[in-house]
Design a binder for this molecule. Sequence first.
Ligand code: SF4
Length: 290
Amino acid sequence: MKIEVDKGSGFCFGVVEAIRRAEERLLSDKPLFCLGDIVHNNSEVERLRQKGLITISHEQFFTMSDTTVLLRAHGEPPDIYKYAQSHNIKLIDATCPVVLKLQKRILKSYESGIDDNTQLVIYGKKGHAEVNGLVGQTNGEAIVVEGIEDLSQLDFSRPIVLYSQTTKGLEGLHHLTEVLKNKSARVPVKIHDTICRQVANRIPGIKKFAGRFDLVLFVSGKKSSNGKMLFDICSSVNPNTKFISDLNEIDPKWLENIDSVGICGATSTPKKLLEEVADHLIKMENKKKV
Ligand code: SF4
């Protein structure tokens, strides 16, 4: 059976940098706290946990003082920085530069739109860490829309400025833009495509990749937004695409009567895990021969 790992899959630079910052710090100072899972991938979180990285929740963070906390690539809202400052918490800020830039743009738009009653809209996943950080720039006032079904929350007699969570899909944004512009023809609507090209640029490659195999194993943490989006894309090209977070989730029945398997994943999936899935498949195949 032909087994191939997608060369375009693996961590994006934002995640690589956050992990590098964590590991660098852990060489000299242990344990180190990280606000939320450093990446939506259990095996990587566990690997770093063994090196001394302790994941804390936001609730825990707001009870701490006199310590050091790493902020992951997703970014955080301003109240985290304020609390840290007033409680002697040193922050190692590994917010991805792409997210940081987006936070600044949203803050600027928010401040300049207060006078003309502009509605600030974020196309993203409600409750997602990055989205919480973006909404935080607007004093909690930005309206989060996950899709067209959420547009009813908007007032179409007021100007609209929309930004996208970095890991949303381009097709979804284009569709939303079309519907939004039709609905609000009489007011100014500004759409900012702020989708990260580390994700968007993977789409053509992953589409081609998924189409070449009898079975596609898409490996990702269940909480990963771009994982869900890239999985949907693979499934649309190849209906025999299976979502797994761990190699133990592979059902041997999936391998019956097929000649090829492609393995790919999200920007939060380590390449090493994809390679482990490939090795596991080879072992499963070898067992069959015995
Ligand atoms: S997907 Fe893009 S914005 Fe998000 S962490 Fe990676 S590089 Fe940064």
